[in-house]
Design a protein around this ligand. Structure first.
Ligand code: URP
Ligand code: ZN
Ligand code: ZN
Length: 458
């Protein structure tokens, strides 16, 4: 494979931006210097002029559900399609999820998911391993040890979805899980919606079950309460907590209270909760915007934007869980509409837009939120999430001055819609490089199914 020389770009990591050139050889960064003479190149090599462009570590979407088999259907973006749309969005790594399959322990569940992913993935990936109530027993400590030796150190738990068997109901089991996580240096990530509150509201509900009711049936208070509960258990175990897709000011306040008590809490939010509010659930296509947790108030969008700017949120990820318009609109009862929306392709563009609208956010803040922090938290740094000599040459070249409008037919998800239709975004991804190979350039895709690698977390 020839070398690639990226010249004249604004090289940006999580600390600073500086004018520099980058030389890539094979799969890694060979040199980063103020100026590298192009005369060293041979005819097998390639130079890219990045004048006026941002050159950053490949983005990481730390929360995806490609090819998720659930509720009698499957999400529409396969691993091939997920990889492709990710490349268009400047994303070179995803952290997807392995379900805790019934009758299978954690390691077999992980291996099942890896077998599903391997043939299709064209970008690199690692996994969060689900630990569900239906499979919780006294062997969990040993299973977690085995999981760690297989390269997965992040766990995913739920405070809701009792009917699917995901929920771990017993506080003792949760304490045991957090205690084991602390012992093994694993990170517990949690979907926080307090199930008893949701069930009580639902049991007493006199209204209809239109998409708009979704927001009322699963209120922000349920998120706050669940964070409080998981946080109290994490505190008792002395173990950090990672809150996935924080959607509300109420959730943020619960995180703040836990931090005041001394708990390390990492917070993730998604573009959904920064840019969309519950009025999107009102229209005839309200089903398209049903996800869990639901869309909130404009005031929640603002609170989360402020928290992002102030460094209270560590990771922006997407919870990409895409269904086609037909799948979404096949049902109008918010309890059974397939929950989830696409987002990986839009993530970097929306964050770059927000950065331009939000002083004093910088490009380094963008890199930190969608690349460096997830790489550090999920054990793949500095191989990913950095621009250093010797690390993987995963590089996204972004034209920060480009302006364009997101439209359904410009995006690459098999859902054939974007929840951000009509949004004018700042920035366009020109080139996406994975381990020294261009996988997307100027609107053309060159990814190879099966060439994505599983990243063991350390
Ligand atoms: O509605 C959503 N977010 N579906 C994906 C599964 C989850 O809860 O993250
Ligand atoms: Zn979730
Ligand atoms: Zn999710």
């Amino acid at each position: 494979m020839g070398r690639i020389l990226i010249k004249n770009g604004l090289v940006t990591d999580d600390k600073c931006s500086k004018k520099a050139d980058i030389l890539i050889k094979d799969e890694a960064i060979e040199k980063i210097e103020p100026s590298i003479d192009a005369s060293i190149l041979t005819k097998e090599d390639r130079a890219i002029d990045a004048e006026g462009k941002v050159v950053m570590p490949g983005a990481i979407d730390a929360h995806t559900h490609y090819h998720l088999v659930s509720r009698g259907t499957v999400t529409c973006d396969s691993f091939e399609e997920g990889s492709r749309l990710a490349a268009f969005g400047g994303v070179t790594t995803v952290v997807d999820f392995a379900d805790h399959n019934r009758g299978q322990g954690l390691v077999r569940s992980l291996q099942y998911r890896l077998d599903e992913m391997r043939p299709g993935m064209a970008i690199d990936y690692t996994l969060h391993q689900g630990v569900y109530g239906h499979g919780y027993d006294s062997t969990i400590g040993k299973q977690l040890e085995d999981l760690k030796t297989h390269g997965v150190k992040t766990l995913k738990i739920f405070t809701t979805y009792r009917n699917t068997g995901y929920l771990i109901e017993n506080r003792e089991d949760l304490l045991d899980l957090f205690t084991n996580a602390k012992r093994l240096g694993m990170l517990v990530t949690a979907h926080c919606e307090f199930n008893p509150m949701i069930e009580e509201i639902s049991d007493n509900w006199k209204g209809n079950f239109s998409p708009a009711s979704h927001a009322l049936l699963r209120p922000a208070e349920a998120e706050g309460k669940a964070i409080e509960l998981f946080g109290s258990i994490a505190l008792e175990a002395g173990c950090p907590l990672y809150v996935v897709h924080c959607s509300s000011e109420c959730g943020l306040n619960a995180i703040r209270k836990l931090r005041e008590k001394g708990l390390t809490v990492y917070a993730e939010t998604t573009p959904t909760y920064l840019f969309l509010d519950r009025s999107y659930l009102d229209g005839p296509d309200g089903s398209l915007y049903v996800m869990t947790p639901p869309l909130r108030e404009k005031s929640d969008n603002k609170a989360l934007r402020d928290a992002l700017k102030d460094g209270e949120i560590q990771v922006l990820a997407t919870d990409h869980c895409a269904f086609t318009r037909e799948q979404k609109l096949s049902c109008s009862d918010c309890r059974t509409i397939y929950p989830g929306i696409p987002g990986t392709e839009e993530m970097l563009l929306l964050l770059n837009t927000l950065k331009d609208q939000t002083k004093p956010m910088t490009m380094s803040d963008v890199v930190r939120l969608v690349s460096t922090n997830p790489a550090k938290l999920f054990g793949i740094y500095p191989q990913k999430g950095s621009l250093e000599v010797g690390t993987d040459a995963d590089i996204t070249i972004l034209d920060p001055k480009a302006r364009w409008t997101l439209e359904d037919d410009k995006m690459h998800s098999a859902s054939h819609y974007t929840p951000y239709r009509g949004f004018e975004v700042h920035g366009k991804v020109r080139t996406t490089i994975l381990r020294g190979r261009i996988i997307m350039e100027d609107g053309s895709y060159y990814g190879i199914a099966g060439s994505g690698r599983f990243l063991k977390q350390c």
